[in-house]
Design a protein around this ligand. Structure first.
Ligand SMILES: Cc1cc2nc3c(=O)[nH]c(=O)nc-3n(C[C@H](O)[C@H](O)[C@H](O)COP(=O)(O)O)c2cc1C
Length: 229
């Protein structure tokens, strides 16, 4: 397995021109973070019947759990759906073309959010007060607050999967959070941030357009250009 990862990492390093700075270690080999970011795209067609090994999934999840969260509350709850029955249940909760992604990919991850996570044992004394008076106070709801934290884990996961030579499609198109909760047995109060399908792309993806930096990045105040570009 390590060998397989090394080959993937070396290939990507060649394609994306790995340089000594900004290296991400995978096994004994390396990919640049910029290379991983550039390689990721939202995949729409999957190599069916090609599954991702459990050990690779576990490895990815361990790094995803390193994502930061407010007051280190870690409200993310991740459900891996990889059995035929589980996929069918989850697919039935998805909208539009999204059921196909759940069914044809190797597995999906439901990124759920606990709106009332216990503080970690090493939380400072003031954490409970800050959580109540600042974090939750600023969010439109505890569930929205929790989902905001979880989206960082989603970003980590998309990049981590890409680094492992996998493809992903993040999906917010589900029939309702309740339908997803029902499909994977989540408690009623939990939010559902996104469902990510994971596997191997049937063909090379394309880079979707992005708004130019000068249109969306400002310096100091909204509307003030960041620079002369
Ligand atoms: C939060 C979120 C929700 C999305 N929901 C869906 C979805 O329901 N179905 C789908 O096929 N793609 C979905 N996408 C994929 C986006 O359409 C895609 O990321 C976007 O068009 C940019 O393309 P790229 O990811 O290839 O750069 C979603 C992406 C994000 C980040």
């Amino acid at each position: 397995m390590t060998c397989f990862l090394q080959v993937l990492a070396c290939l990507a390093g060649v394609v994306f021109g790995a340089s000594a700075d900004c290296m991400v270690e995978i096994g004994d080999s390396t990919l640049t973070l910029e290379g991983i970011i550039s390689k990721r795209f939202a995949n729409k067609e999957w190599q069916e019947n090609r599954t991702v090994p459990d050990e690779m999934i576990r490895q990815m999840l361990e790094y995803v759990l390193k994502a930061p969260s407010a007051l280190n509350t870690q409200p993310g709850r991740l459900i891996i759906v990889d059995t035929k029955e589980g996929k069918e249940r989850l697919a039935a909760a998805m909208h539009g073309p999204n059921p196909d992604h759940v069914l044809s990919s190797s597995f999906s991850v439901v990124f759920a959010a606990d709106p009332d996570p216990p503080l970690p044992a090493d939380a400072p004394d003031f954490a409970a007060r800050v959580l109540k008076e600042v974090s939750l106070h600023q969010a439109c709801s505890p569930r929205a607050w929790a989902e905001k934290q979880v989206m960082l884990q989603v970003a980590y996961f998309l990049l981590e999967a890409t680094a492992h030579g996998l493809n992903t499609n993040p999906m917010e198109g589900f029939k309702s959070p309740a339908a997803v909760r029902e499909a994977v047995g989540l408690p009623d109060n939990h939010g559902v941030a996104v469902v990510v399908a994971v596997g191997y792309a049937k063909q090379a993806g394309f880079q979707a357009s992005r708004r130019p930096l000068k249109e969306v990045c400002f310096r100091g105040r909204f509307g003030t250009p960041f620079g002369s570009v």
